[in-house]
Design a binder for this molecule. Structure first.
Ligand code: ATP
Length: 199
């Protein structure tokens, strides 16, 4: 599995559609200060489902949408597509090529798609969670983050190891199941109250 291409349109400084074609192995992005190198990395994190504006170096989520320049008006949406080569089946899906797309509109709301079909963020997170390219911080190590990793507390460190070991997905499922159980218990309590009142 390797990242094959990344297309940005309306994302941060990339107003026009821009495609980066990647090859297996190491890719280096070079350019002057402020030319958008980190924006490319932000786009990678964003398309994989990043939800934290701060992790994307912004104040609010719609800061990722092209804000306009003196010569070009602001845009109403940001789109990023990431195509992954999956010939080795590392992603648990029956496609040799997988394209994940995320769109965000200025009036709020994100849309996600997998190979052209609309999907939920959860579907993308689950697809990527065992692959090693999930959105968690040890996959994308930003400037200065190495220090954070080295100084992480035991809880945080456990989180990193859990994601690497593929446990995070099951932890999230367990939390969801516990929430459902909780709601069910509330319903049961109400039914018990009602039946005792009717007796
Ligand atoms: P350095 O080498 O200094 O780290 P860089 O190449 O990584 O720089 P980035 O941080 O990726 O540069 O890009 C910064 C540029 O992106 C700034 O010029 C900033 O104005 C622009 N930018 C960020 N968000 C937006 C946005 N929403 N709309 C338009 N431009 C934006």
């Amino acid at each position: 599995m390797y990242l094959k291409s990344l297309t940005l349109r309306g994302f941060k400084s990339f107003a026009s559609a821009t495609t980066l074609r990647l090859e297996p192995g190491i890719t280096t992005v070079v350019g002057p200060n402020g030319s958008g190198k980190s924006n490319v990395v932000d786009a990678l994190a964003w398309v994989m489902g990043e939800q934290g504006a701060k992790s994307l170096r912004g104040g609010k989520m719609d800061d990722v949408i092209f804000a306009g320049t003196s010569s070009r008006p602001a845009l109403g949406r940001a789109e990023v597509s990431l195509t992954v080569d999956n010939h080795d089946g590392a992603l648990p899906i029956d496609y040799t090529e997988v394209t994940i797309k995320r769109t965000m509109f200025r009036n709020g709301g994100s849309e996600y798609s997998l190979n052209g079909d609309t999907c939920r963020l959860l579907d993308i997170q689950e697809l990527l969670s065992d692959s090693g390219i999930g959105r968690e911080m040890h996959v994308i190590v930003g400037q200065g983050q190495l220090d954070t990793v080295l100084h992480a507390g035991p809880e945080e460190r456990r989180g990193l190891i859990e994601e690497a070991a593929g446990i995070l997905k099951h932890r999230k499922r367990k939390e969801k199941a516990l929430r459902k159980l909780d709601a069910m218990q509330g319903n049961l309590d109400r039914v018990t109250d009602l039946t005792s009142e009717l007796r």
